[in-house]
Structure formats: C-alpha cells, structure tokens
Design a protein around this ligand. Structure first.
Ligand SMILES: NC(=O)c1ccc[n+]([C@@H]2O[C@H](COP(=O)([O-])OP(=O)(O)OC[C@H]3O[C@@H](n4cnc5c(N)ncnc54)[C@H](O)[C@@H]3O)[C@@H](O)[C@H]2O)c1
Length: 495
C-alpha cells in the first residue's frame, strides 16, 4: 500500500507494485486533473462569463482577514526583535517597511497596455499591521526591548520610542536541548517528563495566548537558533512514529519539531526561518495535510545566498561556465556564535550549498557546470556584531574557455534583511490559511522566494532562481483572484 496525492492535495491510498509506480500514478492523475481544469476554464470563458464573474467566483474562496492575527515566535533574538520593533515603528509612522513585498510591492494585472498595477496588499486580503499581536519563547528571560538592545541591530533612540510595546512582550519558557544548540545555554526552559509532555505545555501556551490576545488566527514562525545537523530517521516518517518517538524521548526529535508539532496540533500554520529539518519531514507533511495547514521553510534567504540566486541564473542564462565559487562570511552576533559549532554549521552549510546545483543543472550542462568547486565558510568574529560581511570569489569561463573572475563584497545587516521576510511570511501564511485551495496543499512552495532551501513536494526539485520564484509567487496571487497568469509571451501586442 502507498499514499498518493491528487492535484487538490487530497491523500489517497492504493496498492502499487513499486514506489515508482505510485509516483507515476500520481503524475498521471495530476496531469489529468490539470487538463480537466484547463478545459473547464476555457468552457467557462466561452460561456460568456466575464473576467469579473470568474474573479468573483474565485475570490469567494479567500476568507477575509477579520480580527487580530497572533504571531508566535520561538526565538526572540536579533531577527525576531528587529521584525517586531520594525512593525511597531511602521505602525507609529516613524519608519518605512523597506524590503517588504507585502507592504511596498505591486503586481501587474492583465496586459502591459492596461496600466493595472495595484499594491499587493490592496490586491489580496492581507492582515493589516495594526492587527498583529505577538508572543514568543526564548531560553533567556529578556523582554523584547532588552533583547533588541542586546542584539544591537537597531539604535536605542528608535527602540526607546516603542519601548512600552516591546517591554510588554516577555518570552515564555522555551523547549530547549543543549545537544541541539551547543554554544548557548539559558535559564528560561520548560521541564517535562518527555517530549510529548513538553509539546503539551507549548500547546497550553498557545491556548493561553488565544485567550489573552483576542486574536482569531495564528501563525508560528521559527526565529530561534540553528540546530545541529540531523538526517531524517524512522521516527520522522509518519505522525504515529513521531508521537511514539516523542513519548520515548527519542534523540532524533529536535526542539524545533516539538514546537512545529504543537503548533500544527493547535491548528496553527508554521514557517521555518532556520535550516533545521523541523517541518520538512514526512510526519509533519502528513500532519499539515491532514489538518489542511500551511507550512513552509527552510532558512530565510537574506544576504549571500540572495546574491547567489541572482548571479547563478545570469551565468546559466548566458551559458557562462563556472569553475568554482568560494564564499566566506564574518559575523559577530549570537547566530554567528551558534554557527561556530560544527554541528549547527553543518546544517547551515547544507542549506547554502544546495542551490548552485539546482540552478545550474550540471546534468544538463556537464561541460559548463559538471566540475564546480563550491565552498561556504562562516567565521564568528564578534567586533562586527550583526553587520555581516560576505565575500564571494567566483571563477567563471566564457567563449573558448577563457577564464574570468567576479568578486562580491556584501557589507550587509543580517537582521535588517531578514525582518521584512518574517513580516511577508507571516502575512502570506495567514492568507494561505484563509484560502482552502492553498491550505490543503500543506507545503507552500509558492513562498520559495523567501528561502535558501525551499520545501517542495517529495521528489520535486526546488526552484531557486529568485526571479522564477517571484513569478511563481505573483502568479499564485493572480490565480487566487482569477486574474490571467502572466507568461511574458506578448505576441498579441504585434497583431
Ligand atoms: N539574520 C539572517 O539573515 C538569517 C538568515 C537566515 C536564517 N537565519 C536564522 O534565523 C535564526 C535567528 O537568527 P538570529 O540572528 O535572530 O539569532 P539569535 O541568536 O539572535 O536569536 C535566536 C534566539 O533563539 C533562542 N533559542 C535558541 N534555541 C531556542 C529554543 N529551542 N526555543 C526558544 N528559543 C531558542 C536563542 O536564545 C536566541 O535568543 C537563526 O537560526 C538563523 O540561522 C537568520
């Protein structure tokens, strides 16, 4: 017996001779469903239904963003505090949400001649910043104001203007295991008889926040430290196995999985900002699917990898070859300290290494990308704090094999780049949970744009090219609203 998923994300069980036969069946069914859908849409269009009718029919499937949205954050460090402080500052009108697609981005609709490019937040019903309420967990007891000061990303002057709001957010006791994050330790930690019991305590926190916040909808976003590298084990293969392993305190259940399990069990979507496995295991896919809850990850795409996902597609587009790509970083914040541990670094390294291969497709272009030396280093260097410096040396080759070099020196601010991503993910995950067509998929691949190591359906390679990811995201929004998808074909302008 094996499971297969239909085009609407529903799970079915059937007898197959091999796993490959199950996959082939799934592909056939999906293709059939897509062609049926296309035929239905063509028929609808031919029946004289206007674009407006179609739009209204489709928008009816996105529930409005009524009431407050509760944002729950495991890990109240540099990224989380920069995000929350930023939202408060924007709410007060003392700063602008630069870098946020949901706040500043526009979306072109229809033909280039139509001049229709509304803001994304006016096009789809997103929660407003005034409706966000926050809580979080951390192993340290600092409230958000003290934690933000400690992180040293934002100036005291700005933080003082929003001090009252920030100091009112105090971290709940964390689920923490020192074996998973070796270089830090803190006092604000839950105790429990096993991991299932700890999950129950987190679930109680969520239920308490449900009451105290007055929010109607919730989203959890992991902004805690990167955990040590683990590979999927038998304990991760099904929900039943996961729960058994949690009850037995199996060491392959990381704290981040306990948070993810608790959130999903409470009906709350989950996004993973770190490269940990967390929700990227079959047991969590199953839970998300069964409960029709959006999940996404992994690892916010902020500095160096953002640049890679822009440059590598350019090389491939122009068929320039690549001999090697050496990337190194100096970073002095707590994240850098955690990543100084080889176990946590390995998790990050895996996440950063994958994208070149997926973008450059060496199997299709062996003479250009068949022999790449790709190296990534992160060095903990306290004087720089959150102001990371990322260097890249790229050895490319062109016409007749002649070599060339590119150097990139990105003096960035890690959390300044991450904060708008957190905001967008919170708002888009909430949109997804109000949209049955998206919620029932579980994994939200259309949010790949925000991740170094995007989660996809099993067996599907991730799309890493930033601009393909952006097109996928915007086309998903157009699709939800019954707008024409933009293919950039454009022959009709010359008729
Ligand atoms: N800033 C970026 O550009 C960026 C990019 C991609 C991914 N990330 C990831 O985002 C995460 C946060 O980054 P940061 O710079 O804010 O790090 P940080 O060290 O400042 O904050 C992480 C916080 O998580 C807490 N924590 C650790 N384990 C916990 C647990 N089990 N439960 C609750 N709290 C826990 C720590 O005490 C710390 O306060 C890291 O995993 C980092 O790798 C950051």
């Amino acid at each position: 017996m094996a499971d297969w998923w239909d085009a609407d994300g529903r799970r079915h069980r059937k007898q197959f001779a091999t796993a490959q036969a199950a996959k082939q069946h799934e592909h056939r069914e999906t293709a059939l469903a897509h062609s049926k859908r296309a035929r239905r849409e063509i028929k609808l269009a031919g029946s004289g239904a206007s674009a407006k009718d179609l739009r209204e029919k489709d928008t009816a499937t996105v529930a409005p963003a009524k009431g407050k949205l509760g944002v729950m954050i495991p890990g109240m460090g540099a990224v989380a505090t920069t995000f929350v402080a930023g939202v408060e500052a924007v709410r007060k009108g003392i700063a602008a949400p630069i870098g946020s697609l949901t706040q500043m981005g526009t979306i072109r609709l229809g033909k280039r001649t139509e001049g229709r490019s509304p803001k994304i937040k006016e096009f789809v019903p997103l929660a407003g910043l005034d409706d966000l309420v926050f809580t979080g967990w951390d192993i340290f007891e600092d409230d958000m104001y003290a934690a933000a000061l400690n992180a040293g990303v934002l100036e005291r002057d700005l933080l003082d203007k929003i001090k009252a709001r920030l100091s009112s957010i105090r971290p709940l006791k964390a689920v923490f295991d020192h074996n998973y994050v070796k270089n830090i330790d803190g006092p604000n930690v839950k105790k429990g008889k096993n991991k299932l019991d700890l999950a129950e305590q987190l679930r109680q926190d969520i239920r308490d926040f449900r009451k105290s916040s007055g929010a109607d909808r919730f989203v959890t976003i992991w902004c805690a430290s990167t955990e040590t590298f683990i590979e999927p084990t038998a304990a991760h293969q099904s929900l039943k196995a996961l729960e058994k392993a949690m009850r037995e305190n199996d060491e392959s259940i990381a704290p981040s999985m306990v948070y993810a399990y608790a959130s999903l069990m409470e009906g709350v979507p989950f996004a993973n900002g770190a490269p940990n496995l967390t929700v990227d295991i079959p047991a969590m896919h199953e839970l998300a699917h069964e409960r029709e809850l959006p999940i996404c990850g992994k690892d916010f795409k902020t500095g160096q990898t953002l640049m890679k996902s822009v440059l590598a597609p350019a090389f491939k587009a122009r068929l320039l070859g690549l001999h090697g790509w050496y990337s190194t970083n100096i970073l002095g914040n707590r994240d850098g300290e955690v990543l100084d541990d080889p176990g946590s670094f390995k998790t990050k390294e895996e996440s950063k290494l994958g994208l070149l291969e997926h973008i450059l497709q060496p199997a299709l272009y062996p003479e250009l990308y068949g022999n790449i030396f790709h190296k990534v280093r992160i060095n903990y260097y306290p004087p720089r704090g959150d102001n990371k410096e990322g260097w890249d040396n790229i050895d490319i080759f062109g016409w007749l094999g002649y070599p060339m070099q590119i150097k990139v020196d990105f003096l960035c601010r890690d959390s300044i780049l991450a904060a708008p991503i957190v905001l967008d993910l919170v708002l888009f995950l909430d949109l997804a949970q109000r949209t049955p067509e998206l919620a029932r998929l579980g994994i939200q691949e259309w949010l790949s744009f925000y991740f170094k190591s995007p989660m996809t359906a099993p067996g599907l390679y991730p799309e890493h090219d930033l601009f393909i990811q952006l097109m996928k995201l915007k086309n998903t929004l157009r699709h939800l609203k019954g707008e024409e998808l933009i293919t950039h074909l454009g022959l009709e302008y010359y008729d």
